[in-house]
Design a protein around this ligand. Structure first.
Ligand SMILES: Nc1ncnc2c1ncn2[C@@H]1O[C@H](COP(=O)(O)OP(=O)(O)OP(=O)(O)O)[C@@H](O)[C@H]1O
Length: 257
């Protein structure tokens, strides 16, 4: 099977010597179609920089990012807009909903940007709303919703155009544990049943235990990988392995595992 997303020797340095930060210092990995991949690491390890490079929010200094074989740094104009809007769905920590639009209108934003009619997108909207349990807030404004409802609504917006991959940056960061669990169960369900590919950055070991594979990054490089044994390992056992790696993070990659 061909990889959906390929990251090859990605580097991004901020500032100049002697005060340079090597946020990404040669990161290489692949995301296969249907994967649920987590990226973990302590604060400042380069996680958001990585996601922002994939989302084309920032340009890496060197290395390659390929989506379905196409090098995204070469995309321009319509093709770049198509990649940003249709190939990736972005889920942010702080929801990033538009306060003066209703839930339904927020989910429709990507449709109108890409000139897709309400009739065409409406059916998927209703299905997503039902699955994500947000039907009752579709006509409310974000200020009238709970944090969990806002994030599930943001997930519907990220999914409305059926993107190749969901990029989630600390999606449970602003949620209490009950809402975090509800969101992760929905994302895991979409991954399992619809084969939605998810790449998620998180600090939260509980959220990470829903992933099938986790890359741990430290000082801009990958220093460890965990893969869940889906047949022999419970989610709780995987969670405990994640905690073991996290406990050693911050102690320097040389003495880990
Ligand atoms: N625009 C910038 N200018 C200078 N340094 C930056 C910039 N953005 C990030 N950095 C530095 O690059 C490193 C990686 O930052 P990044 O935000 O990618 O880490 P992170 O793992 O996402 O952290 P957190 O978990 O705290 O969000 C950090 O040392 C950070 O201070």
């Amino acid at each position: 099977m061909d990889a959906l997303l390929e990251i090859e020797d990605l580097k991004k340095y901020y500032g100049k010597e002697p005060n340079q930060t090597k946020a990404l210092n040669g990161i290489t990995f692949q995301v296969m179609p249907g994967e649920f991949l987590g990226i973990m690491g302590s604060s400042g390890s380069g996680k958001s920089t990585l996601l922002n490079c994939i989302a084309t929010v920032i340009q890496p200094d060197s290395g390659k990012i390929r989506m379905k074989g196409t090098e995204i740094q070469r995309l321009k104009g319509k093709k770049l807009a198509g990649y940003r809007g249709k190939e990736i769905g972005y889920l942010f920590q702080n929801f990033e909903l538009l306060d003066n639009l209703t839930g339904r209108e927020n989910i429709m934003v990507p449709l109108s940007i890409h000139n897709i009619s309400e009739a065409e997108g409406g059916k998927r909207l209703e299905q997503l709303a039902e699955y994500l349990e947000i039907t009752e807030v579709l006509d409310k404004f974000p200020s009238q919703m709970s944090g969990g409802q806002k994030q599930r609504l943001a997930a519907a917006r990220a999914l409305i155009l059926n993107p190749g991959i969901i990029l989630a940056d600390e999606p449970t960061g602003a949620l209490d544990s009950r809402n975090a669990k509800a969101l992760m169960e929905k994302l895991a369900g979409l991954n399992r049943d619809d084969k939605t590919t998810v790449l998620m950055v998180t600090h939260d070991s509980n959220a990470a235990s829903y992933c099938k594979r986790i890359l741990f990054i430290q000082d801009g490089v990958i220093f460890h990988e965990l893969r869940r044994d889906l047949l022999a390992e419970t989610q709780q056992q995987f969670y405990e392995r994640i905690l073991q790696v996290m406990a050693q993070l911050g102690g320097g990659s040389a003495n880990v595992l």
